[in-house]
Design a binder for this molecule. Structure first.
Ligand SMILES: Nc1ncnc2c1ncn2[C@@H]1O[C@H](COP(=O)(O)OP(=O)(O)OP(=O)(O)O)[C@@H](O)[C@H]1O
Length: 390
């Protein structure tokens, strides 16, 4: 057996919204600064490729970023938060017209080719919506979880519900819902008026059994602060909106740490054990999710998989190779096997295993095949190999 890699990766949290203009970027900027004020090392990837607004909100000039001698991008830094944004790579007046795959490519670069240093949390300010781009992004990164920002109107909440379902489809845990622009407190008389409906975010959170993270009131100072590049949590930390941001940041700083799954991202070379994922800290529980992998190991019976509900499996490299569902090994329409079992050597080995988002593993084999993606759901349905079968 090989020793696990214990290097900690930052917790990646996506901040999403079903539609634009609900205050997602303002929430991202303020909770990032609040987390930094609480002593965490925080980065933001401004993934809102069509309307990158984080640099403006944090008072960062749109200069092209410098590079390290190793060719990594040096992120900008303001209010204790490291930031990389499309706004730094494109001219201000040129809208970024990019197709989905290009967006993913840029964002992969934002996460992997940036000299982040040691971070505790990396926030991803996603583009608004629940389309292909958001789905691809949610799948491309090993997210610890996602936050959905909504305003209290019914229409906004209905769209937020769609966003929550999308995240669930790709196994991204929902860390909670933020209700923004929730009521207006009159600065002269202090009366709270609910301009939109009240409590819709809380009701949806209850209906979908996800946490409700808090309400941020409508506050004209939020707009001024955004325009001035000084987030409200710095400019007016005692205001109700700033206190709401700080409260949400404190909850998120604790959430999504150890979701009961193996540490991701990882790329494990089995021959020398480098990059082996550390197991989840939390012990398995009988009512734990059946599709969350909590430990991965290699032993005499093949690959050992331990699941969050305590179930354990041993899968032989040959069974895994034969189960490959990539387009070369299976007919896409009918699902019929194209791979000829006799051509798979009895002593085939797995050479590398890597994480694919939070929902699957990629595997390379000693026959050179490396295009298969094994979802946790599909792995879980495979029959365990008995030691005497090996
Ligand atoms: N709590 C609030 N009170 C008052 N104004 C707010 C509040 N939250 C956000 N705003 C303002 O609403 C506008 C939209 O906010 P923001 O850009 O954060 O939204 P968004 O959801 O990220 O939009 P998009 O994704 O379309 O860029 C901004 O002018 C911002 O200052």
């Amino acid at each position: 057996m090989t020793a696990p890699d214990t290097r900690a990766a930052p917790r990646m949290i996506a901040i999403s919204s079903g539609k634009g203009g609900v205050g997602k970027s303002t929430v991202t900027a303020n909770i990032a600064v609040a987390m930094a004020q609480a002593g965490l090392a925080v980065g933001i990837v401004d993934a809102d490729i069509y309307g990158p607004s984080i640099p403006g909100m944090l008072g960062i000039a749109g200069d092209k970023p410098a590079m390290t001698p190793e060719g990594k991008v040096i992120p900008a830094e303001a209010h204790g938060v490291k930031v990389i944004s499309m706004a730094m790579l494109s001219d201000d007046d040129k809208p970024a017209i990019l197709r989905g795959p290009m967006v993913t490519k840029y964002l992969q670069m934002f996460v992997r080719q940036v000299d982040w240093g040691a971070l505790d949390v990396l926030l991803l300010d996603l583009p608004p919506g629940t389309g292909d781009i958001q789905l691809t992004l949610a799948q491309a990164f090993p997210l610890a979880g996602a936050v959905v920002v909504s305003t209290p109107q019914d229409v906004s909440l209905k769209i937020a519900r769609r966003g929550l379902r999308m995240m669930e489809q790709v196994n991204v845990p929902i860390l909670g819902i933020v209700e923004n622009m929730s009521g207006f407190t009159c600065p002269s008389c202090g009366t709270l008026t609910h301009i939109f409906h009240e409590g819709g975010g809380e009701a949806i959170a209850q209906e979908l059994a996800v946490p409700f993270l808090g309400k941020v009131p409508l506050d004209p100072a939020v707009v001024d602060c955004g325009d001035d590049g000084i987030p409200l949590v710095t400019a007016a930390p005692g205001s109700p909106a700033a206190m709401a941001y700080a409260q949400i940041a404190a909850t998120l700083a604790r959430a999504g740490g150890d979701m009961g799954g193996i540490a991701t991202p990882f790329a494990w070379t089995l021959a020398d054990g480098t990059g082996k994922p550390a197991p989840a800290l939390a012990p398995p529980t009988p009512d734990g999710p059946t599709d969350r992998l909590r430990a991965l190991d290699d032993d005499a019976a093949g690959l050992a998989l331990c699941w969050a509900d305590g179930y354990e499996q041993h899968l032989s490299p040959r069974d895994l190779r034969l189960a490959c569902a990539c387009a070369q090994c299976r007919e896409e329409m009918t699902g019929a096997q194209l791979l000829i079992p006799d051509r798979v050597p009895l002593d085939i080995r797995i050479t590398r295993i890597w994480s694919v988002g939070n929902y699957a593993l990629g595997m390379a084999f000693s026959d050179g095949h490396d295009t298969g993606i094994y979802t946790f759901k599909s792995l879980r349905t495979m029959r365990s190999t008995e030691l005497e079968d090996v």
